[in-house]
Design a protein around this ligand. Structure first.
Ligand code: ATP
Ligand code: MG
Length: 439
């Protein structure tokens, strides 16, 4: 077995830097999903721990420490520890602070201290510590202060920091301050990975990812590994000739299907409220069948719209609602409408809807629409925030709440009908805030 068989070309480049270049102090491996970054970084991590042990021995330090950082304990376990256990057959013995030791023959054991970069509280675990190096997984998701503190803890001569990350907006601090390396320092190196760089992946899987990932920002980040912000239309794969159908066509397509109906609601008063009805068939298609949009209406009006929808589609039809106006959700529930908290992660939700649009698994029924088409052609990215401009977005939001929450529930095998279970699951995962009356 040679190194060529074990690693992709891109990974060999990284290992070459690891083994033959002793000048760098920060290595950032960034790029596409499934590109092979973490796989090679886990090798680099073990080399670095060995390197740390060698420095410690030369300095007669008996108990060297090394920082292992990730967004949360779960992400460190999933992305790094489980992978290392699988790849190298290593097992770790954790102490009560979740630290563990790695020992190479003839060298002092290195204590690996875990720290979580997702919030400023991660500082606590490493404050005051002197580290012989650090490995930071998913660095773009790190709190900047925690990232900088980790770097400054690695003050021992020869100590180095390795990180991997998926790209974010081009104005992200990791890109502007480190990858772009404005000081042209030879201490910072970075490597760009694309999905095609991972030649171990099944070509069919790669082709599938390319054909289903929405065009624009999602494709550029996930497949090409580029630091880009959204530009232009959010749903740029939307094509009227393929994503818009007549009621007659809808009836024909769904004649022998059992349809599963559900709703999405975006609240407004001065701005529009939008309430949409969708139907899923059993082949993965989603139809937007009705849209009710309007402003300056009291909640009673929307209760009566919802009551009519219950009559048409079934009493228990779920309404996935914008959580910005909890009192409206309460009002729906008080009127025996199955109103539920919607999944709120904007980009993830958009990606799900955009993916369906690209795959022509999303179709709007022309006769049922009011503002949908208007909005879809005006719904654009804000390149400063990395999210859509908050205009012409009411139907867009209602559709996103419906589709994303439904899918999220399915993936988490939740019943659609239980307010408490669903709310708890979403809140436990940080996707919504716990409602005031929840406990
Ligand atoms: N050289 C290799 N030999 C065998 N399997 C590999 C190799 N490189 C990568 N893989 C496998 O390919 C898949 C993707 O690799 P990896 O998890 O390293 O990607 P990543 O760039 O970290 O992706 P993400 O951005 O999604 O975290 C994993 O299942 C990994 O085990
Ligand atoms: Mg990874």
């Amino acid at each position: 077995m040679t190194i060529d068989n074990l690693f992709t070309k891109k990974q060999q480049q990284v290992l070459n830097q690891e083994l033959n270049n002793r000048h760098w102090k920060l290595m950032i491996n960034y790029g596409a999903v499934r590109a092979g970054k973490t796989f090679v970084d886990n090798f680099v991590f073990l080399y670095e721990v060995k390197h740390a042990a060698e420095i410690a021995r030369s300095k007669k330090v008996k108990y060297p420490m090394y920082i292992l950082a990730g967004v949360s304990s779960k992400s460190i376990a999933n992305n790094i520890l489980n992978e290392i256990a699988n790849t190298f057959g290593l097992t770790f013995k954790f102490d009560k602070h979740n630290s563990f030791k790695i020992k190479f023959p003839g060298l002092p054991a290195v204590k690996i201290v875990q720290t979580f970069t997702g919030s400023i509280s991660g500082l606590g675990a490493i404050r005051g510590m002197t580290s012989f190096g650090a490995y930071i997984n998913e660095a773009s998701l790190a709190n900047k202060e925690v990232f900088e503190e980790i770097r400054s803890r690695c003050s021992t001569p020869g100590a180095r920091v390795v990180c991997d990350t998926n790209p974010d907006v081009p104005t992200h601090w990791l890109k502007t301050d480190y990858i772009d390396n404005p000081k042209h320092s030879s201490e910072i190196i970075s490597n760009h990975f694309t999905m095609d760089d991972n030649t171990v992946l099944d070509p069919e899987y790669v082709a599938g990812q390319k054909s289903t990932t929405p065009s624009g920002m999602f494709y550029d980040r996930k497949i090409l590994g580029l630091w880009v912000a959204g530009e232009g239309l959010v749903y740029q794969d939307f094509d009227k000739s393929k994503n818009l159908i007549t009621r007659a066509e809808f009836d024909k397509r769904t004649a022998d299907q059992t349809l599963n109906y559900y709703c999405g609601v975006d609240w407004g008063y001065e701005h529009d409220t939008s309430l949409v009805v969708l139907a899923d068939d059993n082949q993965g298609n989603t139809y937007l069948v009705e849209e009710h949009t309007g402003n300056l209406q009291q909640i009673d009006h929307w209760v009566s719209v919802a009551k009519q929808i219950q009559q048409d589609y079934g009493y228990n039809i779920p309404f996935y609602c914008d959580t910005a106006r909890v009192e409206h959700i309460d009002e729906f529930q008080a009127n025996h409408i199955n109103a539920l908290y919607a999944y709120k992660a904007v980009l993830k939700g958009i990606e799900i809807v955009a993916g369906k649009i690209k795959q022509r698994q999303f179709m709007a029924v022309q006769e049922g629409m009011q503002q949908f088409l208007n909005e879809v052609y005006q719904y654009v990215w804000n390149d400063k925030t990395g999210e859509p401009v908050k205009e012409h977005d009411h139907v867009m939001d209602a559709v996103r709440y419906a589709i994303a929450t439904k899918l999220w529930n399915q993936n988490n095998k939740q019943s659609d009908n239980s307010y408490n279970d669903q709310t708890k699951l979403l809140a436990d995962n940080g996707l919504i805030d716990y409602p005031d009356d929840f406990w």
